[in-house]
Design a protein around this ligand. Structure first.
Ligand SMILES: *Cc1c(COP(=O)(O)O)cnc(C)c1O
Length: 417
C-alpha cells in the first residue's frame, strides 16, 4: 500500500544473473541459434516431468503447432472452454476447424467435464483444457472422456507453470501442452512459448510445422513426410511445413534457463504467501479463493489467481463495487475475468478464407455457434470473480495490512449500499 510494497508484487524477479546470461547471447551474436534453447528445453522437460519440450517464439505459436500436430484441419471440431484467452482456440479456426464451447464449473472455473460429452460429434478431434488462472483442470475426469472417444487432449498451460494436480505437474496431462512465457505470465521470460509432450510423434510434428534446421532431417515420425519417404529421403528437409518460423529467441531462452533454476523456490514462497492471505480472507463470509488444497496440489506461480465473490453475503454489493471500495483503501485488485469467447464474432462470422461464409461452417462442421445465455457460468464469471493480490514474498507484516483492509471493507459493507 506504500511504494515499498512494490517489491512485494514485482515480477519476474530479475537479477544480475539474468542480465549476464542475456548479455552473453548478445555479445556472441547468438540470438537466432538454437543451442541455448535446446539446453533450456531439456531442463524444462525434466522439471515438468515430460520427455520433450520445444521452445517457440510465443504461446500462440506453440498452440498453433499443437493443433496442427494433432491433425486439426478443415472441417474438424474441437471442444474448449470459452472462459480463456483467444489463443487457446483461435488456431483451430485458422486451420479451418470450428470450436464447440463448453461451460466451466464454479469450483475451478476450468472446463466442466459434465458439459463435454454431449458436444462430441463425428467431426470432433480434440478437447482443449485450460488450467485457468493457475487452477488445474479436472484431469481425473477429462482424460477418461478423451480416451473413451479417442480424442486428443490439448492442454493450455499458459496460466499454470508449476501448478500441481494430485502430485503431478500441469503441462504433463494433455497429449500435448502449450504454454506462453510472455512477460506477464508466471514463468516470464519475454516473448516466448513452450510445448511439452511425452509423445515423440507429436513432438516431431510440432518441429516439422514451425522449426527448421533443428534435426537436419525431415521427421521420420511425421505421417506427411512418411508418404514420400519411400522414394525420397529428404522430402521436406529445410522447410517448415506450416510455412511459419516459430523459433525461440535465445536472449529469452538464456534468461529462461536462469529463471527456471530459481523458479521452484520462488513459487514455493508465492504459495506460502498466497495461502497465508487466502486462509485469512476466507474467514470473511462470501469470499472463496479459487485454489488447490492438499499436500500434493497447488497453484504453482498463482498467475491471476482468483477469488469467488458472493454478493448476497455482502448486502447485494457488486463485485466491482467491492473492489472499488478496496481500491479507495489502497488495495488494487481487478474485478472480472476473460470475456466469453463464444459470443465473439470471430467464432460467429469471421470468413478467414473468403468463401462467402463463416469459417466455422465453411468445411461442413456442425453449426455450434452459441449466443447469450448458452454458457451461464462462463457468462457470469466476470460478475463473480476478482483477482487476488499477487504476493511474491512471504512477509506477514507486509501482507497483514491487506488482510485488514479486506476485513474493514467487509465489516462496513452496509455503508456501501
Ligand atoms: C497468454 C496466453 C496465451 C498466448 O500466449 P502468447 O505468448 O501471448 O502468445 C495462450 N493461452 C492463454 C490461456 C494465455 O493466457
Amino acid at each position: 500500500m506504500t511504494s515499498v510494497d512494490g517489491e512485494l508484487f514485482l515480477w519476474p524477479i530479475i537479477t544480475d544473473e539474468d542480465l549476464a546470461a542475456i548479455e552473453e547471447v548478445v555479445r556472441n551474436r547468438a540470438m537466432s541459434r538454437s543451442d541455448i534453447t535446446k539446453q533450456f528445453e531439456q531442463e524444462y522437460a525434466d522439471w515438468n516431468g515430460v520427455k520433450y519440450a520445444l521452445g517457440t517464439c510465443n504461446g500462440t505459436a506453440a498452440l498453433a503447432e499443437a493443433f496442427w500436430a494433432c491433425g486439426i484441419g478443415a472441417g474438424d471440431e474441437v471442444i474448449a472452454p470459452s472462459l480463456t484467452y483467444w489463443a487457446s482456440v483461435a488456431p483451430a479456426v485458422s486451420f479451418g476447424a470450428s470450436v464447440n464451447f463448453a461451460d466451466v464449473e464454479t469450483e475451478t472455473y476450468c472446463i466442466d467435464p459434465d458439459d463435454i460429452e454431449h458436444r462430441i460429434s463425428p467431426r470432433t478431434k480434440a478437447i482443449v483444457a485450460v488450467n485457468y488462472s493457475s487452477m488445474p483442470a479436472d484431469w481425473d475426469r477429462i482424460l477418461p472422456i478423451a480416451r473413451k472417444h479417442n480424442l486428443y487432449v490439448i492442454e493450455d498451460n499458459s496460466h499454470a507453470h508449476g501448478s500441481m494436480y494430485k502430485g503431478r505437474m500441469c503441462g504433463s496431462f494433455g497429449d500435448v501442452a502449450a504454454a506462453s512465457m510472455m512477460t506477464g505470465k508466471s514463468f516470464a521470460v519475454g516473448e516466448a512459448g513452450i510445448l511439452t509432450t511425452n509423445d515423440r510423434v507429436l513432438y516431431e510434428r510440432c518441429i516439422a510445422f514451425g522449426h527448421y534446421e533443428r534435426t537436419g532431417l525431415p521427421s521420420l515420425y511425421n505421417p506427411a513426410d512418411a508418404q514420400v519417404h519411400q522414394g525420397d529421403l529428404t522430402p521436406f528437409s529445410g522447410l517448415p511445413m506450416g510455412g511459419v518460423k516459430h523459433r525461440m529467441n535465445q536472449t529469452c531462452s538464456a534468461m529462461a534457463r536462469v529463471q527456471l533454476k530459481h523458479y521452484p523456490a520462488r513459487i514455493a514462497e508465492i504459495q506460502k504467501a498466497m495461502n497465508y492471505f487466502c486462509d485469512a480472507i476466507e474467514t470473511i463470509p462470501g469470499l472463496r479463493a479459487i485454489r488447490m488444497t492438499g499436500e500434493d496440489s497447488g497453484n504453482g506461480g498463482w498467475y491471476v489467481a482468483k477469488c469467488a465473490y458472493d454478493s448476497a453475503a455482502f448486502c447485494g454489493v457488486s463485485c466491482v463495487e467491492f473492489c472499488e471500495a478496496l481500491a479507495a483503501e489502497g488495495v488494487h485488485v481487478r474485478a472480472g475475468a476473460n470475456n466469453p469467447l463464444h459470443l465473439h464474432n470471430f467464432f460467429h462470422k469471421l470468413d478467414l478464407f473468403q468463401q462467402g461464409k463463416p469459417t466455422v461452417l465453411a468445411f461442413g462442421q456442425c453449426d455450434t455457434r452459441q449466443g447469450t445465455g448458452t454458457l451461464p457460468v462462463t457468462e457470469k464469471a466476470s460478475e463473480k470473480l476478482f483477482n487476488l493480490p499477487w504476493f511474491k514474498h512471504f512477509e506477514p507484516t507486509k501482507i497483514d495490512p491487506y488482510i485488514e483492509v479486506f476485513r474493514k471493507i467487509a465489516a462496513n459493507v452496509s455503508e456501501l449500499k
